[in-house]
Structures are given as C-alpha cells and as structure tokens.
Design a protein around this ligand. Structure first.
Ligand SMILES: Cc1cc2nc3c(=O)[nH]c(=O)nc-3n(C[C@H](O)[C@H](O)[C@H](O)COP(=O)(O)OP(=O)(O)OC[C@H]3O[C@@H](n4cnc5c(N)ncnc54)[C@H](O)[C@@H]3O)c2cc1C
Length: 512
C-alpha cells in the first residue's frame, strides 16, 4: 500500500448522514476529518433521485436538521430540488467544503489491528483513519430484479434513482415496474405525456391523501422573524408522529380506522370496481410504508393506463410478460424496485479484525449495537445502521441521535487517551438485538401480513426501529463503555510518534 494521508475521522457519504456527521465533528472541535463521496456533489438520496415528481413524504420543517432550520421551505412537503439545495446550503454554511472529497468511492476499508486504524482505499487514492463513520445510506444502491430475458429488451431501461433525463418519454409505451414510494410519484408525473403506461404491480400499496400546500410569504416571514414559531411547528409535527407510532409498534389493530380512510381515498378516485379490487391491499395498513398521494389513483383511472396486478416475470424482446401471463409491448421500462437495503454493498467492502467482511459477519442478518457498532469492527460506526429506520417519521431525527452517539464515542476515546479503539462486545450487540427483535414481534411490520423491504431474505426485520424516536434518542445519548472492549496497540507496534511520522511523510493520497 502506498504512503498515504492520515485523518482522525473518515466519514463516508455526503447525504444527510455524512453532512450531519461533518457538522457535528466541527462543533466538537474536530477538524482533522474528510468526507469521502463517490459522486461529484453532496446530497445523497436527494442528488441521485431526480425522477419526475420526486418529493419527501415527511413535512419539510421536520425533514431537516434541528441545527439548521430553514424558514423558507416553499411547501409543506418539499420536492427533491429544494431538499438538494438545502443540503448544498448546509455544506456552505457550516464550512464543510474543505473536508469534502468527491469522486472518492470507498472500495475497501480494512482494520489494521497493529496500528489501530482503518486502511481505506478509494477511487482517488489511499488514506488511513482512526475512526470511520459510514453514512452510505440505506437507500443509495438501486436494485433491479433479475428478470429473465431483460437483456433481450431492445428499448430503454432505467431505475427510478438513475433517471435518464435525455430520454424523451413523450408518446412512448412505458412500463413502470413496482408500486412503492417512488413509483407512485412517477406514475402521475409521466402519465399525461406517455402514449401508454403499463403498471406492473406485485403488491398494491395503501395510499393516503397528501396534505400538501404552498407555504406563503407571510408564514415564511413569520418563521424568519420569530424562529420560535418554526421550532413550534417542528415540535408539533414531531409530537403527532410520536403518538401515532404506538399504533404501528404496539396496537396494529387500531390501524383499521386508517384503512377505512385509505379505502375512501381510493373510492373517490377509482370508480371502476374491477380496478378498485386490483388496487386494494390484503394486508394491514402500515405493514409496508404508507404512501401519500393525491394524484396516483386519478392517474391510474386515465384511459392510457393499464394496471397489471402481477409482477413482471419475463421479457421477450419488446414484450413484457407478467406472472399471470398477461403481456404488454413497450418502448421503455422504468424500474421502481427499490434498493439494496438489507444487503448493502458497503458491507462487502469493510474487513474487520478477524479478516471477515461485514457482509460475512451479517450473513444471518444485520445487527449493530444501538444501530451503530458491529462486533469485530473497532472504531467503525454506521449512521442509519440496522434497525434505525422509521415507518412514519423523519429519518433526520434518527440521524441526529446517532450523531450524539458518535460525538460521545469520540469523547470517550479522548478520555481513554493514547492510541485506543472501542470494539463492541458480541454479547452487548446480541443483547441489544434481542431486545429490538422481541419488541419487533408485536409491530405491524412483522404481524401485518405483508412482505416488504423492511425484511431480509430470511424474513427478519433488520431495518426498522420498533419504538418512538425519543426512546432511540435516550438510548444513544451516551456510549456505555461496559458495552465495549477497549483495545490498545499490541506490544511491538509502532509508537504514536512513529505512526505520526509515517503519516506526515506523504500526504499524497486523497486531497481536495
Ligand atoms: C426517493 C426517496 C424518498 C425518501 N423519502 C423519505 C421521507 O419522506 N422521509 C424520510 O425520513 N426518509 C426518506 N427517504 C430515506 C432517505 O434515504 C433518508 O431520509 C436520508 O436521506 C438518508 O441519508 P443518508 O445520508 O444516510 O444516505 P444517502 O442520502 O443515501 O447518502 C449516502 C451517500 O453515500 C454515498 N456512498 C455510498 N456508497 C459509497 C462508497 N462506497 N464510497 C463513497 N460514497 C458512497 C452515496 O453516493 C450518497 O451520496 C427517502 C429516500 C428516497 C430514495
């Protein structure tokens, strides 16, 4: 390995998680860090998902950092463009630019047990870091199912998260595969322009109205002049969701009332009973993410739209064949088929203390102490790790909790002094995971009668947090050293001074 740059902390990813970590590091007085990003700009999810209609399902005043309120959100629910601009603004306002390293895809991170540091190989060179904060996102690597014959398709194929803006859909016969959060935003956006739209639906979604409106100049001026009003607004949005979550986690039977509201929402737009039957889910609402839209059902009722109530099974040239045998001739296929969530690619690239990758360690399911630390991967933590996802509220709340944990982790390392690393004890990881899975048993995600991307290949829910965001906030306020082994360099390892000298000799690796 070539000589390289050494930093105290390497953050991977520059979405909400990575940028939030960077802000927090600076606030903790730590400036010796880099943010490694494979793309050419910040924004993560909100940079990559530029499909027509892309927008957030959580109101903007809650889906933003508490430490960076934006009084000027133009709508109650923001579109992708505004959220992306917000993240660029965060990078500027908090002085993060000097830390950002673009086009620096992390290819491999290997724990060096002798020097107690991570050796990191990126697309731009090598570096080492005392601590890695991995914020590569749960929904950042698109998943296209392995459909027989897809390679025989002569037309255009792309995933919702890699929209091809150069391809003109006007007048085309388009197949939309999937009915998840992205698909239900894409369908009404492209239906008016395409010639024919065929929606391949494996499982129908529950769809509720989206109470979205413009935030007028007077309201924005009030938030600017009296910031407390924006904070109150955020508090109210948070509080409502905090109360709602009990129905998801403890009393799924109470969700029957919400199901009736969703059925009424559908009945208002879809008059054809056969189409209504196709679109009516047979599982408890909330089991899969509840989707919000006012124009999805009306779009499906238009004459140029066909709903095939069956998944795509095979492609024969330009003919798409559904599992129920129905066929459609199309010019383009848009996959709204989600992401590698429970098999995130970064796990293949992290090699821990025993030489095994994180993916190997997680072959029986992802698990991490307090959503952050995996046993055998010292001084490595993940933002939005296992069981930190939410079904009904803002992921930014969870990210900020994890940033509290990260800050305390670094403080604990300081207190320990000298060269040290923290490795989560396997029994602590197990105990945490057992508690999470025990609570999971009652939740709608596990009992609601659906399969969803919250579950891994073995049917385990390794993605969602089965509680309130305040419970998670409390659980991540401090690092409990009893849950970790403190590692020190082995006898004969190079001293701090030698290691520092080695790092100083050449800072030729990843630079701005
Ligand atoms: C279309 C869409 C809508 C969503 N709507 C909501 C919503 O309404 N409410 C909600 O709470 N959440 C929503 N989410 C979830 C969203 O993913 C999170 O809220 C949040 O944005 C995740 O931030 P992140 O920083 O963890 O990950 P990301 O935003 O995905 O950022 C990860 C970054 O890591 C980079 N990266 C990945 N691998 C590497 C590597 N090997 N080397 C270097 N860089 C790498 C990526 O390029 C990316 O920039 C939505 C997601 C999508 C896709």
């Amino acid at each position: 390995m070539a000589e390289h740059e050494h930093v105290r902390v390497a953050v991977v990813g520059s979405g909400f998680g990575g940028l939030g970590a960077a802000v927090r590091l600076r606030r903790e007085g730590i400036t010796d860090f880099v943010v490694l990003e494979r793309a050419g700009s910040v924004g993560g999810t909100w940079r990559d998902n530029s499909y027509p209609g892309c927008a957030c399902d959580v109101p903007s005043h809650l889906y933003s950092f508490s430490f960076a309120p934006n009084p000027d959100w133009p709508r109650t629910f923001s579109g992708q463009r505004h959220i992306r601009a917000y993240l660029e603004h965060v990078a500027d306002t908090f002085g993060l630019r000097p830390h950002l390293r673009f086009d620096a895809e992390v290819k491999r991170m290997t724990w060096d047990a002798e020097r107690l540091r991570w050796r990191i190989e990126t697309g731009r060179g090598k570096l080492t870091a005392d601590v890695v904060v991995s914020a590569t996102g749960p929904l950042s690597d698109p998943k296209i199912p392995d459909i027989p014959g897809l390679d025989t398709f002569p037309g255009k194929v792309f995933h919702s998260a890699r929209w091809d803006h150069d391809y003109d859909l006007a007048g085309k016969r388009v197949a939309m595969i999937g009915t998840g959060a992205s698909a239900i935003q894409i369908v009404p956006s492209i239906q008016p322009v395409v010639g024919r739209l065929t929606l391949f639906q494996r499982t129908p979604a529950w769809v509720m109205p989206r109470v979205d409106r413009a935030i007028g100049p007077a309201e924005r001026a009030l938030h600017r002049a009296v910031p407390l009003t924006a904070r109150l607004r955020r508090g109210l949005l948070w509080g409502i969701r905090e109360l709602q979550v009990q129905a998801f986690t403890k009393h799924p039977e109470e969700l029957g009332l919400v199901e009736r509201l969703a059925q009424r929402n559908m009945a208002r737009a879809i008059k054809d009973p056969a189409l209504r039957a196709k679109l009516t889910p047979d599982y408890r609402i909330g089991c899969k993410r509840i989707l919000l839209s006012n124009d999805y059902y009306p779009a499906l009722a238009r004459p140029n739209v066909d709903v095939v109530a069956s998944g795509l099974a095979e492609v024969r040239g330009s003919t798409l064949v559904a599992a129920d045998g129905s066929e459609a001739e199309v010019d383009a296929i848009v996959f709204g088929t989600g992401f590698h969530v429970t098999d995130m690619p970064i796990a293949e690239r992290v090699v821990g203390a025993d030489g095994r990758t994180l993916a190997e360690t997680w072959q029986d399911g992802m698990q991490a102490l307090r959503g952050a630390s995996a046993a055998g991967f010292p001084n490595w933590m993940t933002i939005i790790g296992p069981n930190t996802g939410l079904g009904n509220s803002s992921m930014i709340l969870m990210i900020e909790s994890q940033l509290n944990y990260m800050a305390d982790y670094l403080r604990q390392l300081d207190v320990l002094g000298g060269r040290a690393a923290l490795d989560a004890r396997p029994e602590a990881v197990r105990a945490w995971n057992d508690r999470v899975q025990e609570r999971m048993k009652r939740t709608v995600w596990n009992t609601g009668g659906c399969t969803s991307w919250y579950l891994d290949a073995a049917g385990r829910n390794t993605t969602v947090w089965p509680g309130t965001t305040s419970e998670f906030r409390r659980a991540t306020r401090r690092v409990d050293l009893m849950e970790y082994r403190v590692l020190r360099p082995p006898a004969g390892a190079p001293s701090d001074a030698e290691a520092a000298a080695e790092a100083d000799t050449a800072k030729t690796g990843v630079t701005a």
